[in-house]
Design a protein around this ligand. Structure first.
Ligand code: SAM
Length: 363
């Protein structure tokens, strides 16, 4: 049975559409055929998309500087660690700053990526590999820093469409021509989500209940610490801008962006942008405090990313680093599309990463 067959069977057996979140969960995380469970290279030049730590070591070094300020005796927990590059960068810089945590935990859904992560970290830091531990569930009473780079956008989201004055869930149906968008008859309602009332007929957007539930479960497992969320996304007013009338759903296949989740099923990435206002609301409801929110550019600048460039003596390396920094901070590259949000529990420290900009009031 192919992944298409498995998904279509789940629709036809019950004779009703499935939510888009259910479809996305199959496409990305099906235990055998899901995109993030496959054996193909997905991240980096050979894959479908490139992430910030794959662009430059300076990304992870800057995050490490933020970790140092808040780590104390705590540990680090990274979600969805990709190729292990970010973990290596953070550990490398923390070693240089003489602040290596006792444990660097990773929660990773893909068995293949776990092997790649171990290899990457072992290659860069063989002396620290014993401190890295892969967990299959959230630790209890965790103290320290949690990091999730481009994880929320990969969580299965629902789609909703405005019709006759209310939002209805837009699910996925199946017929002889394949998968298609099919509305549910009942209005979409969820207390955790604030949807706009003044949008045009047919306005379509996404709602990520999965991400909100994830925040709550993290709050239950963290005793004391800070979560750093780095992802492409925006506050609510930008998310529901009238021009964004077909939502934020995007697919990536061999570095080409598309908007058809019903093609290349299981071999292309599917993402939706993060509504950081929803994340802040559920974080506060769960018991976190929002301790900072800004663009990726300003976060990296606040942590002194340019100092690495100024301290470099070799001209050729300096040219390379300058190019990498541009990709990370220029507004039309990753600088403004990506945001950083910090959520803290029992931590009073004012975070260095938000020294130059804090947009929390915009949320
Ligand atoms: C776009 S990749 C980002 C990889 C990496 N963080 C980087 O920056 O290169 C998304 C990752 O999030 C992981 N992911 C999604 N939901 C997750 C969850 N609930 N727990 C742990 N990892 C998750 C996926 O398995 C995948 O490895």
């Amino acid at each position: 049975m192919s992944l298409q067959d498995i998904i279509s069977k789940s629709i036809t057996e019950n004779a009703k559409p499935i939510g888009f979140d259910v479809f996305m969960n199959f496409a990305l995380y099906h235990s055998k055929f899901g995109y993030y469970r496959s054996n193909k290279s997905i991240i980096g030049k050979q894959g479908d998309f490139i992430t910030a730590p794959e662009i430059s070591d300076l990304f992870g070094y800057s995050i490490a500087r933020q970790c140092k300020q808040i780590l104390n005796e705590g540990d680090i927990l990274e979600f969805g660690a990709g190729s292990g590059v970010l973990s290596s960068q953070i550990l490398f810089e923390l070693a240089r700053l003489d602040c290596v945590p006792n444990k660097y935990f990773i929660i990773e859904l893909s068995a293949r990526l776990k092997i790649i992560q171990r290899d990457t970290i072992k290659k860069v830091l063989p002396e620290l590999i014993d401190r890295v531990e892969w967990l299959s569930e959230l630790p209890k009473d965790f103290t320290g820093v949690v990091i999730a780079n481009e994880v929320l956008d990969a969580m299965p989201a629902k789609r909703v469409r405005f019709s006759n004055g209310k939002f209805n869930e837009l699910g996925v149906g199946f017929n002889k021509d394949g998968f298609y968008w099919r509305g549910f008859d009942v209005p979409f309602a969820n207390d955790s989500v604030r949807l706009p009332h003044d949008v045009e007929e047919g306005y379509t957007t996404e709602v990520n209940l999965h991400a909100m539930a994830w925040i709550k479960s993290l709050c239950d497992s963290i005793k004391e610490g800070t979560i750093l969320l780095i992802d492409y996304g925006m506050d609510r007013s930008e998310y529901f801008h009238s021009q964004r009338n077909d939502g934020t759903l995007k697919c990536f296949y061999k570095h080409k962006a598309g908007n058809d989740p019903f093609c290349n099923i299981g071999i292309q990435d599917i993402t939706t942008s993060v509504n950081f206002s929803d994340i802040a609301d559920s974080a506060i409801k769960s018991g976190f405090e929002v301790s900072g929110y800004c663009t990726q550019a300003m976060f990296l600048i606040s942590l002194g990313i340019e100092k690495y460039l100024l301290n470099e003596k070799d001209t050729n390396i300096r040219i390379d680093l300058a190019q990498q920094i541009k990709q990370l901070i220029l507004p039309n590259e990753m600088g403004e599309i990506f945001k950083v949000m910090a959520l803290s529990k029992k931590q009073a420290v004012k975070l260095d990463g938000f020294k130059e900009q804090d947009l929390t009031k915009k949320l």
